[in-house]
Design a protein around this ligand. Structure first.
Ligand code: SF4
Length: 207
């Protein structure tokens, strides 16, 4: 929990200025659609920081909850605000990431959807002796992508990680390519090799 909070405040200060730009389009979008932004300062701030990081890492404003899939059509649908928003409001009360919901959503409904989201991401990670196996997570039914995906698992593990290297096992080449971009953005070295049924990537965290 402490590591999570440290990560949150680091990102808050890093993206404080860039997040103002996110706030502007979000307010305009909500006004047009009759939506509201999550009233929890921590939730909204975290999601705005994540949007900034997605733009800085991958060059586009992808959904903060899903790394790019490599499928152009799907990735286009996942640009925030995504194409799933209305459907997910029907199901969860808010969009998947609990960033947007109807303007008249009650406090309890915002809380319930935020709790659902946190539970999806705070699952035990398969980390042993410096090897993180990111495979086997459940798939989001709309996007067909894992939750939590490789990116969120790696980020969660790196919060407070003490090792010099981290080996990351992924299933698809796109995940290895995404990991390369994440590593480049964070200043880590990243190499990977295709094995029979998986890809083994290595992050060098300290020179
Ligand atoms: S789920 Fe919410 S935060 Fe994610 S892209 Fe869709 S609208 Fe944006």
């Amino acid at each position: 929990m402490i590591n999570m909070m440290i990560g949150f405040f680091k990102d808050y200060f890093k993206y404080k200025e860039a997040a103002k730009k996110q706030q502007k389009w979000m307010e305009k979008f909500c006004e047009q659609k009759g939506y509201a932004i999550n009233p929890s300062w921590m939730m909204a701030t975290n999601l705005k920081s994540n949007l900034c990081e997605m733009e800085a890492t991958f060059g586009k404003r992808y959904c903060p909850c899903f790394e790019p899939s490599g499928d152009k059509a799907l990735d286009k649908k996942m640009m925030c605000p995504c194409e799933y928003i209305e459907d997910e409001i029907e199901e969860y009360g808010t969009c998947h990431c609990a960033l947007f919901g109807p303007a008249d959503l009650s406090k309890e409904q915002w809380k319930a959807s935020s709790k659902r989201l946190m539970e999806e991401y705070q699952v035990p990670k398969n980390l042993k002796n410096g090897v993180l196996d990111t495979r086997g997570m459940p798939l989001d039914p709309r996007r067909g992508l894992p939750v939590p995906d490789m990116m969120h698992q790696v980020k969660a593990v790196l919060n407070g990680y003490k090792g010099d290297t981290l080996t990351v096992i992924v299933e698809r080449e796109q995940e290895a390519l995404n990991l390369e971009k994440i590593a480049a953005y964070r200043g880590y070295d990243c190499t990977w090799e295709q094995k029979d049924d998986h890809i083994k990537a290595q992050l060098v965290l300290k020179p």
